[in-house]
Write a protein that binds this ligand. Sequence first.
Ligand code: ADP
Ligand code: AMP
Length: 215
Amino acid sequence: MELIILLGAPGAGKGTHALRLAEARCIPQIATGDLLRQQVREQTPLGSQAKEFMDQGQLVPDVIVIKMIQERLSRPDVARGALLDGFPRTLAQAEALSRVVPPGVSIRVIALDVADELLLERLVGRRSCPGCGAAYHIRFAPPKQEGVCDRCQTTLIQRSDDKAETVAPRLKAFHEHTAPLLAYYAKQGLLSHVDASQPVEAVYRDLVQQLAAQP
Ligand code: ADP
Ligand code: AMP
């Protein structure tokens, strides 16, 4: 069983690469952001609790996210492994994850490094598929037909938190709470870095190369 964790700021490219990499390795992509948005859409109690934090660009409290991911990781499709996109995002989440991972599981953590200056344009230009989770960009990764997902033909949307005023708190939350995970995983010898400011294809190539190499 392998567990691959993509660590990176909002807009670094986690979803873009997670979808493709998970398909290539025949393991599920698990994106806590997608799971939370589904709860919001379905208007569940968890969704209504999470929504106020998401709308403000803040992290959803650990207890909520940890419970949700524990449930997801207990499903049978995770038997061969999983690609985690957007989780863990805090030290408490990383510690909770380490408690549920069975011994002998190979964990790889890849940091997608991008300077903050590039992220605003990536996020405000992002268009997302509510059907399959694919991410597009009006300039850097446009769909073949404007506004329509190449993979499942669903109409693309602009996420409500992908507006300029919500990007700043999201980046702040990343630096405050998630960036410390880089040292946490480096200390355990599990971390590799990829320069995610490159074009998409070059980032994917480096990601595959890093996964093939020793951490
Ligand atoms: P994350 O999941 O880390 O928040 P996404 O994968 O959704 O990020 O990417 C954010 C936006 O940036 C999307 O619009 C995507 O198309 C675009 N993008 C992703 N990687 C790159 C890249 N290497 N160069 C330019 N744009 C990119
Ligand atoms: P994302 O789709 O990964 O950009 O996540 C969107 C929003 O969902 C974030 O801004 C947070 O509010 C929330 N979220 C997603 N994953 C987590 C997590 N692991 N911990 C806390 N909040 C999360």
